[in-house]
Design a protein around this ligand. Structure first.
Ligand code: SF4
Length: 946
């Protein structure tokens, strides 16, 4: 008898819509299967350039995000005391009326009294523009507390960086070294890339205090001590220099290694480059036997030896200074081994392996190209060594210089944007730094800002400070506190707003930023600041708080007005080249989200609401001369019509009236249709002769200019020696028209070193290291990205509470066993959590998963959910200011929040201590108010016969 055939692929849906995932920032293409309009299944889009069909666990769990009971349902107005979670539901008209009234008053009187900050959103091209049109400089997204050190160090050094700015040449690299990357970041692209590295037999080395996630499949794990990555990189560079394993041709042509640096102690131009009258940098040209233009086609710069200038002063090539710095015996492998926790012989071997891959496994591609100076090359050289780094090296107070050192290492190996090396992703590289300056407050209320709020200062004159050095932004970004704070300093926002320092604000308007919980340092104190009142007036010190989010996070209770957002499956979005694009190394790309589901609640997309408020306020660029909305259809209308400059809009594909143009072209009314037909993305290919060495490649520079994402065809010369930093140091030494206050001079002079440097992280330096002998870290797990994910019914089944991970050797010394309750103490306070012992962690380091711990009553979870009773945050232990309270707990150059400088001690809890995480806070009533089912079910309706 023949068996009854089984249908192994029954139809699961009656409709499939393509859009873009937003369960993390990778923005993979997805196909959403619907049955009778209901969400049935999500799969990866095999045609999409980011993920080629791969879908991770997070992406699949988008279904349960859509079904989350924590979704906000309607606008809310606070009726009880702030922080108690007492709200009434109101209609949108009333909500928008309240917001418009508050913001309208501010705009008419003092626009900087609006602080508009967003979290891990992906719409900064819109939100930053909106702040500009409103006229407030007090705008930023979450970059300042994430990885601005990494971004700024790269952008100031080579016009690009890791993450969205570039990625390894996964296909051709022979040696891949990854520093401090949590597994939630660049999730699918890295996993796909690591698969290629492994399949190709290339070596993968992970430098990370913790061996989880990507590190778990590394060929070699280097369990470094937190905050010492810079020392390791210094030592690697030293070894390469000593062994003469350096690409001198690359350094001479495409970096400023040969540019002469004036050596004239005390002079106003000490440490600046020797330039001709037109400002062109000069080298000591070995062919000419004298000074010559460093960027000339025939330049033959000397890289070492002091020279005498025509005025009798000395000048030294930047490389000479750099080599002296790195050759210091303080960076010998033996000298750094104890401090880094990496054996001297390991450092030597790693350096030798880097050199072997770069120089002995050189790739040669017979592809002619022409460099910026007009030199024609008949082939391309590849040095197949690549690097990637993220928050792990960035979130330290010494992170900027560590990241810069890593880029110098890339340059020494000649491995920037070459075959097998680390590669730029368009629209990068931009100028180093990008030619955008931050803009300060407006002189006349009602005017828009003259430029964007965020940018890249090139000299002290570009800072946002007044005549006596007082910061002009509420977060003190671009002040002497953090001059190169390119992404703002969101982590200082609430403290400064509470203190009225440098001035009081009126309204805090935040989107998707859980600042009363896992997105703040010093969380307990932050909650107090959000609710603190002026004893004289009885008014809150931060008078108004507007908050928008899709979910009932801990921050909702601290708002006066809540504007509920949609989920990512219910709205349009724009992943633009003007923002944080999804480009691949061989060509630019952008994408959209389209709504695939209709909201079943009274919620609106935040971007639409923002444009609506802007229209009600009559903001320039949002209304016409009659005051009518320019974008009445909200974000999709804006995506189609808005032009940032003539012909350049939010989307680069299918531009022009007929849709035939790319990059630059008139708006096209059918553009979104074309995107949808193409799977919601657009890509383009760089001309073959412009694919490599794009910072100095004529063909690429011309392509980028024609596409509208490069303003000039000028080359981006790698800045080993940073004249920008030296200008700030000179100001601190008393030169120039804009100088730091006396109290800041030593700090600026020390940390604005034009060459990479290493110093002990501030907290480690300041605390009693015997009392707090351990480093403490957090990271997000591979299955979760936002705090949003630890309320997701599927994701929380994988990780429902976090543990404190401790090396077995350390645990034995402390008499701690698996599952014991332990106290963790820092100078700021104590927390209690449960221990888990492991092998793959640096023995001086403890760590945990971040943002698993929830406050009781939030996120639609049961009040006794493990996330609340066993989950915990390290945030309570981390200071937002340094122990001396004089500065933010941040990098002194960029203001990057120093999350990972934390020092702690661990003790076993007493048997009489409660077996519950601590601290606990009053439960919020939102769960009871808005209700959540005891058991969350999905899919029963799709069963056959149901
Ligand atoms: S990697 Fe990120 S964007 Fe891609 S499927 Fe997973 S969650 Fe979605």
């Amino acid at each position: 008898m023949r068996p009854t055939p089984i249908d192994t692929s029954p139809p699961i849906s009656d409709e499939v819509k393509e859009t873009t995932c937003y369960m993390c920032a990778c923005r993979c293409g997805i196909r959403v299967h619907l049955r009778e309009g209901a969400l049935r299944y999500i799969e990866g889009n095999p045609n999409h350039p980011v993920n080629r069909g791969v879908l991770c666990a997070k992406g699949a769990a988008g279904i349960m995000k859509q079904h989350s009971p924590a979704k906000l349902k309607k606008p809310l107005k606070r009726v009880g005391e702030r922080g108690c979670g007492d709200f009434v539901e109101i209609e949108w008209e009333e909500a928008l009326g309240i917001a418009t009234a508050w913001l309208g008053r501010i705009r008419e009187t003092d626009p900087k009294k609006l602080a508009f900050f967003t979290g891990r959103d992906q719409s900064q091209a819109l939100t930053g523009w909106w702040a500009t049109q409103f006229g407030t400089p007090n705008y930023a997204a979450h970059g300042g507390f994430c990885s601005v050190n990494m971004a700024a160090a790269g952008l100031y050094t080579m016009g690009g960086s890791f993450w969205e700015f570039g990625e390894p040449d996964w296909d051709q690299t022979r040696y891949f070294m990854m520093f401090g990357v949590a597994e939630d970041h660049a999730s699918n692209p890295i996993k796909i890339g690591l698969g290629k590295v492994k399949a190709n037999g290339a070596k993968f080395v992970s430098v990370n205090p913790v061996r989880t996630g990507y590190s778990a499949i590394a060929d070699e794990w280097v369990g470094i001590r937190p905050g010492t990555d810079g020392l390791l990189v210094f030592s690697l560079i030293r070894e390469l220099l000593l062994a003469d394993q350096v690409d001198f041709d690359y350094l001479a042509r495409y970096t400023n290694a040969g540019w002469l640096v004036i050596q004239d102690d005390g002079a106003a131009d000490d440490g600046l480059f020797v330039r001709d009258e037109a400002g062109n940098p000069q080298c000591w040209d070995k062919t000419l036997g004298g000074l010559g233009p460093a960027l000339d086609k025939n330049a033959n710069p000397a890289l070492i030896e002091a020279r005498t200038l025509p005025d009798g002063r000395r000048a030294v090539p930047a490389f000479d200074l750099m080599a002296r710095r790195f050759l210091d015996p303080a960076y010998a492998p033996e000298a750094v081994a104890d401090r880094t926790g990496v054996a001297a012989e390991t450092i030597r071997r790693l350096a030798a392996e880097l050199a072997q891959a770069a120089f002995q496994e050189e790739i040669k591609i017979d592809q002619p190209w022409t460099d910026f100076a007009g030199r024609e090359h008949d082939h391309i050289i590849g040095r197949p060594v690549s690097f990637h780094a993220m928050r792990g090296i960035s979130a330290h107070s010494n992170g900027f210089h560590t990241c810069r050192a890593l880029h110098v290492l890339q340059a020494v190996l000649g491995s920037i944007d070459c075959p097998g090396g680390w590669r730029y992703r368009p629209p990068y590289p931009k100028a180093a730094p990008p030619a955008v300056l931050p803009t300060g407050p407006v002189a006349n209320p009602g005017d828009p800002l003259a430029g964007p709020p965020l940018g890249f200062p090139r000299s002290p004159e570009d800072l946002l400070v007044d005549d006596v050095g007082t910061p002009q932004r509420i977060d003190k970004a671009f002040s002497w506190e953090a001059p190169l704070a390119a992404h703002g300093m969101m982590h200082m926002l609430i403290r400064n707003a509470w203190a009225g320092d440098p001035y009081p604000i009126d309204t805090l308007f935040m989107f998707m930023a859980n600042m009363s919980w896992n997105s703040s340092m010093n969380t307990t104190e932050t909650m107090r600041m959000l609710t603190d009142k002026d004893p004289d007036t009885g008014e809150y010190k931060i008078p108004h708080i507007i908050y928008s989010d899709a979910f009932d996070s801990e921050m909702v209770a601290y708002a006066d007005l809540v504007l509920p957002d949609t989920t990512y499956l219910e709205r349009w979005d724009c992943i633009s080249l003007l923002d944080r694009p999804i480009s691949e190394i061989n060509g630019p790309a952008d994408s959209i989200r389209q709504p695939v589901l209709t909201p079943d609640r009274d919620v609106r997309p935040f971007q639409d609401v923002l444009l609506d408020i802007g229209t009600r306020l009559g903001l320039p660029g949002m209304v016409d001369e009659q005051g009518d909305a320019l974008y009445p259809g909200g974000l999709p209308d804006y995506m189609l019509k808005h032009e940032r400059k003539p012909g350049v809009g939010m989307l680069a594909g299918w531009r022009g009236a007929d849709g035939a143009a790319k990059g630059v072209g008139a708006p096209n009314a059918e553009q979104l249709d074309r995107y949808i037909e193409n799977g919601c993305f657009w890509t383009d290919s760089i001309p073959i002769e412009g694919v490599y060495y794009r910072n100095v490649n004529q063909a690429y520079r011309a392509y980028g200019e024609a596409m509208g994402f490069l303003d000039t065809p000028d080359p981006v010369i790698v800045q080993l020696y940073s004249e920008v930093l030296q200008k700030f140091r000179l100001a601190a030494q008393g030169h120039g028209s804009v100088q730091p206050p006396v109290t800041e001079r030593d700090r600026v002079a020390r940390y604005f070193d034009p060459l990479p440097m290493w110093y002990m992280p501030f907290e480690e330096e300041a605390v009693d290291r015997e009392a707090y002998p351990l480093h403490a870290l957090t990271q997000r797990p591979m299955v979760m990205y936002h705090a949003w994910d630890s309320q997701n019914a599927w994701q929380r089944q994988i990780l429902g509470s976090n543990r404190l991970y401790i090396a077995r050797s350390l645990a034995a010394r402390l008499n701690i066993s698996d599952d014991d309750w332990v106290w963790v103490s820092s100078e700021k306070g104590r927390i209690r959590g449960q221990a888990r012992l492991m092998d793959g962690v640096n023995p001086d380091t403890i760590w945990t998963w971040n943002a698993i711990g929830k406050r009781r009553g939030t996120w639609g979870l049961d009040a006794d959910a493990h996330e609340a009773t066993r989950g915990f945050l390290l945030n309570h232990l981390i200071g937002d200011v340094l122990p001396n309270e004089a500065h933010a707990n941040a990098d002194p150059v960029t203001g990057q929040a120093a999350w990972y400088d934390l020092r702690v001690r661990v003790e076993k809890a007493a048997s009489s201590d409660a077996e519950e995480s601590w601290p606990q806070f009053d439960p919020l009533p939102s769960n009871a108010v808005r209700g959540a089912p005891a058991v969350l079910r999905y899919g029963a309706e799709f069963r056959e016969g149901s």
